[in-house]
Design a protein around this ligand. Structure first.
Ligand code: ADP
Ligand code: GN1
Ligand code: MG
Length: 407
C-alpha cells in the first residue's frame, strides 16, 4: 500500500523545493491523464458528494486511495463522535470503461447481497467478508453528478489491506483460496441476470481483432516503434483461440467469475492473514475459471512489477505458481473439472498474453483506457507481460507437471 511522504519542516528552502516538486508532479500527472477529472477534484466537492450517501456522522476528510487502473478511489472519513470516526470508500466509476453504470450497479448490488447471504449461512461475517454498498439517502445505489460523473460508496473493510506485490508466499496462497472460494460462493448466482459490463471482456479472439485494428489505424504513429511486440502477438495468434473455442464447444463450463483477480483486488486480514474480502466487482460476469486463475498468476507469480522497466527482473516464479494452483483448487472446493485443471497453465498464459495485448492496444491508441503515470507506461506494462509469456513458454513442461498432480 503506497503511503504519501511526510513533509518535514526542517528548512524552509527544502520545504519550498518539495512543494515545487509536488506541483510539478501534479501537473505532469494531470497532463498524462488528459487533464483527468481525478486530480482536479476539490476536496470540498468530494465531501459534498459523500454527504449524499447514507454515511454515519459527518464527512470530514477524503484522500485518494489505492492503485487501481480504472476507477478513481478515495478513502472517506466521517466524524461520528468526538472520539469516533467511520471510514468508507468513495469511487468515481469510470463510465468510459463501464458504459452502463446503472447495469453495473445492478450487478454489484445483486452480487454483494447474494454473497452476504451465502457468507452468513456459512457462519461468516457478511459485513467484512463481502463488499457492502452504501446507498444514497434517496435510496439509489449511485449518484450521477451534474458534470456527468457517476459515484458510489462502499463500507471500508477495516483491519485488512490489499497488496500490489506478493510480500509473503502465504499471502498469495491465501488470495488463491479466497478467489477460488469466491467462485464457489457464486456458483448458484442467476448468471442470466448479470449485465455484461464490458462486452467480450476476456474474449481473446475479439481482443486480437481490436489489436489488429489498432495496428492498422496506427493513429499515434507508434506501430513502427513496437514492431517486435506486434510480431510477438501475431506469432501466437492460434493460442488466442484455444479457450474461446473450448467455451463455445462446452469442453470447459461457463461460470460466474470475477474476471479481474489481481492481488490488489483482495483484502487480506491483518490478524489471520486470510483473504477476507474480494473487491473490485465491476467485472463479475459469466466467464471461465481459467480467467480468474490465469489473471492472478499473471500478476502475482511475476517476480517483477507489472510496469517494471528492467525486464531481467521478470519471470514466472514456479513456487508461487504451484502455491496459487494448490490454493485455487482447494478454494474451488472440488468444483473444477478435469479439463479445467488440465488447462490451468493455458489460462495463465492466455490471461498474460491478452493483458499485454490490451496494454499494447492502448499504447497504440494513445493511452485512453488504462491510467498511466509516465510516458510509455502502457508499453512498459506490455513488455513485462510478453516477457512473462515467454518465460512461461520456456517453463511449460514444469507448469504442466505441477498442475497434473491434481488430476
Ligand atoms: P479499481 O477498479 O480502480 O482497481 P478498486 O475497486 O480495486 O478500484 O479499488 C482500488 C483500491 O481501493 C483497492 O485496491 C483497495 O486497496 C481499496 N479498496 C477498494 N474497496 C475497498 C473496501 N471496501 N475496503 C477497503 N479498501 C478498499
Ligand atoms: C485493470 O481495475 P484494475 O486496476 O483492478 C483492468 C484489468 C487488467 C488490470 C491490469 C476493468 O484492473 O482487466 O487486467 O487493470 N480492469 C478493467 O493491471 O479493465
Ligand atoms: Mg482494482
Amino acid at each position: 500500500m503506497s503511503k504519501l511522504p511526510e513533509i518535514k519542516a526542517d528548512s524552509i528552502k527544502r520545504r519550498k523545493n518539495k512543494i515545487k516538486t509536488f506541483w510539478l508532479h501534479l501537473t505532469i500527472m494531470i497532463e498524462i491523464n488528459g487533464g483527468g477529472i481525478y486530480m482536479s477534484r476539490e476536496k470540498s466537492e468530494l465531501l459534498c458528494i459523500s454527504g449524499k450517501f447514507e454515511v454515519a456522522g459527518e464527512p470530514e476528510n477524503v484522500v485518494p486511495h489505492g492503485n487501481g487502473h480504472i476507477n478513481d478511489t478515495y478513502l472517506l472519513t466521517c466524524r461520528v463522535a468526538p472520539e469516533k470516526t467511520c471510514r468508507y470508500i468513495l469511487q468515481r466509476m469510470n463510465h468510459e470503461v463501464f458504459r452502463d453504470p446503472k447495469g453495473l450497479m445492478e450487478n454489484i448490488t445483486g452480487v454483494t447481497t447474494f454473497l452476504q447471504k451465502e457468507i452468513a449461512e456459512r457462519g461468516g461475517d457478511p459485513d467484512r467478508e463481502a463488499l457492502g454498498v452504501i446507498m444514497l439517502k434517496d435510496g439509489a445505489s449511485y449518484s450521477e453528478e451534474e458534470d456527468g460523473t457517476f459515484w458510489r460508496m462502499y463500507r471500508f473493510v477495516e483491519g485488512a489491506d490489499s497488496y500490489d506485490a506478493v510480500e509473503k508466499p502465504e499471502d498469495f496462497y491465501e488470495s488463491a483460496v479466497a478467489f477460488g472460494n469466491f467462485q464457489k460462493l457464486l456458483a448458484k448466482y442467476p448468471a442470466k441476470s448479470l449485465h455484461e459490463t464490458i462486452p467480450n471482456f476476456h474474449n481473446t479472439v475479439d481482443r486480437l481483432e481490436k489489436f489488429k485494428k489498432a495496428v492498422e489505424a496506427d493513429t499515434m504513429k507508434r506501430a513502427a516503434e513496437v514492431a517486435d511486440e506486434i510480431r510477438f502477438v501475431l506469432d501466437r495468434e492460434d493460442d488466442c483461440h484455444v479457450l474461446c473455442d473450448m467455451l463455445v464447444s462446452g469442453e470447459i463450463p461457463l461460470r460466474v467469475t470475477h474476471n479481474d483477480t489481481k492481488l490488489n483486488n483482495i483484502l487480506l486480514d491483518h490478524k489471520t492473514g486470510k483473504g477476507i474480502c474480494v473487491i473490485d466487482l465491476d467485472t463479475v460476469m459469466p466467464g471461465s475459471a481459467l480467467y480468474d486463475y490465469g489473471d492472478s498468476i499473471r500478476f502475482g507469480a511475476n517476480t517483477g512489477a507489472e510496469d517494471e522497466k528492467d525486464l531481467s527482473k521478470i519471470s514466472c516464479d514456479l513456487e508461487l505458481f504451484a502455491l496459487y494452483t494448490k490454493g485455487f483448487i482447494e478454494g474451488c472446493g472440488g468444483s473444477l473439472t478435469q479439463k479445467e485443471i488440465k488447462m490451468l497453465p493455458m489460462g495463465a498464459k492466455m490471461m498474460t498474453l491478452e493483458c499485454g495485448m490490451r496494454f499494447l492496444t492502448d499504447y497504440l491508441e494513445g493511452d485512453h483506457y488504462f491510467k498511466i503515470h509516465r510516458p510509455k507506461h502502457n508499453l512498459d506494462r506490455c513488455r513485462t507481460q510478453f516477457c512473462m509469456v515467454k518465460d512461461m513458454e520456456d517453463k511449460w513442461e514444469k507448469m504442466q507437471e505441477i498442475v497434473e498432480k491434481y488430476l
